[in-house]
Design a protein around this ligand. Structure first.
Ligand SMILES: [Zn+2]
Length: 417
């Protein structure tokens, strides 16, 4: 509360009046930038999609970048599994304990599933138990990688399908516990096109041969993977799905629009896909963002391992911390200005430019942090949920539920059911 009074209120009074928190499309870029800079100076932004290696050095490096760019909290999607071996703490427990001790309040952690008993008859029950255990240990959500449908195989060598009924207890349990699911399926469309220098993602693909899925004898078509995920989302209407990489289909924003309309429990993050979304007509993209403003989350795919990854990476020189700051700055530029034809933030993804969409501050704040606060309200540190605006919007009495007004005209996300 003190934070609110000392830091928040003066800014609210000064800039709330000038820039207007509810300013519409006519608001000037300058006032939007000013407002967003204040949010950054207060470290209010939440990155819903990071992968940080759980070592002291790597976590510290991530926090240095987060501090420099104005992020308060990051979601580490690579929390690990909850499987214990020989009574030792699980990967997830060790990871969470380390990060929470070193940098309390800066990260929340998603758990991952251990598939090693997939072929056992009781896998479905054991998998649901993993989710329960993750919840008990403080997992903020559940992340599934693109391995489903593409890489993970059963003992007979058959690919494990995204919509395999054996996974239904997992999705169901996440819904019961209100644990959001971040799920990656498929990949850019170009990864299914011929593997040669004419492929527009050639720079990226030639460094990552395993990302090419264009042999129909080995991998299913991309559309089939997207359809399989849709079947899962449809079967589990009380589970909140954040479909990463702009609903896994940044190439087809009309499809993303239709699917968000069709499935109220589907949401999208922006991770590593502004280079793709930014190629579309910016007025169309802007309309889509405003329409679905309650269902879009800021996320980047910023990764810290022995080298940084800024959305995607290859064999080039390792990015520096300054590159990471520039990477984030380009996100701000795309979301906040109306600049045209500027280089995007992940050059390895392709040699083209993007057009910014200049969102109003009232929409930006949802994408930058309000939507994530609602999604993660159970897990966020008190400092994040007590920051000034959240006091007005989420009272302690409804932290775990109740519906919130939807002012975008779209369906409400299920995480606020
Ligand atoms: Zn990722």
């Amino acid at each position: 509360m003190k934070y609110y009074l000392y830091l928040g209120l003066p800014f609210l009074v000064i800039f709330g009046a000038l820039a207007g928190e509810n300013q519409g499309p006519s608001g000037s870029v300058n006032s939007v930038r000013r407002q967003s800079n204040i949010w950054r100076s207060e470290h209010r932004l939440i990155d819903l999609h990071q992968h940080i290696d759980y070592t002291e050095d790597h976590l510290a490096r991530a926090v240095r970048v987060m501090d420099a760019v104005g992020l308060g909290v990051a979601v580490n999607l690579s929390g690990g599994t909850v499987t214990r071996k020989d009574g030792a703490p699980s990967e997830f427990e060790r990871h969470k304990q380390l990060a929470d001790r070193l940098f309390p309040g800066r990260f929340v952690h998603y758990m991952n599933l251990d598939y090693s008993s997939w072929d056992e008859p009781d896998f479905p029950e054991r998998a649901a138990k993993q989710i329960e255990e993750g919840y008990r240990l403080g997992a903020a959500g559940f992340k599934e990688y693109k391995r489903l449908g593409l890489n993970l195989r059963d003992q007979a060598g058959k690919l494990i399908r995204i919509d395999d009924a054996k996974l239904d207890p997992v999705w169901k349990k996440c819904g019961e516990l209100r644990m959001p699911v971040s799920i990656h399926v498929a990949d850019p469309r170009a990864f299914w096109l011929p593997y040669n220098e004419k492929n527009e993602r050639w720079t990226e693909l030639k460094d990552h041969r395993s990302w090419w899925f264009g042999d129909p004898a080995v991998h299913p078509p991309r559309e089939e993977l997207l359809a399989a995920l849709n079947r899962v989302i449809e079967r589990h209407p009380r589970t909140t799905f954040v479909c990463v990489h702009f609903a896994n289909n940044a190439e087809d924003i009309a499809w993303v629009d239709r699917m968000l309309d069709r499935y109220p429990n589907m949401n999208a993050d922006l991770a590593a896909r502004i280079p793709e979304i930014g190629r579309h007509d910016p007025r169309t993209v802007r309309r889509l963002f405003i329409k679905h403003q309650n269902r879009i989350f800021f996320g980047t795919d910023f990764q810290v391992y022995d080298r940084l990854t800024l959305g995607s990476g290859g064999s080039g020189p390792p990015p520096t911390d300054d590159d990471a700051k520039e990477f984030y700055a380009k996100h701000w530029r795309w979301l906040e200005t109306s600049d045209r034809a500027f280089p995007h933030m992940t050059p390895i993804q392709g040699d083209w430019t993007i057009d910014a969409i200049g969102l109003p501050a009232s929409v930006l704040r949802k994408i930058y942090f309000d939507n994530a606060r609602k999604l993660l309200v159970r897990s966020l540190p008190p400092s994040a949920t007590r920051a000034r605006h959240i006091n007005l919007e989420i009272s302690p009495g409804n932290r775990r539920g109740s519906s919130l007004a939807n002012d975008a005209g779209g369906a409400p996300g299920v995480f606020i059911q």
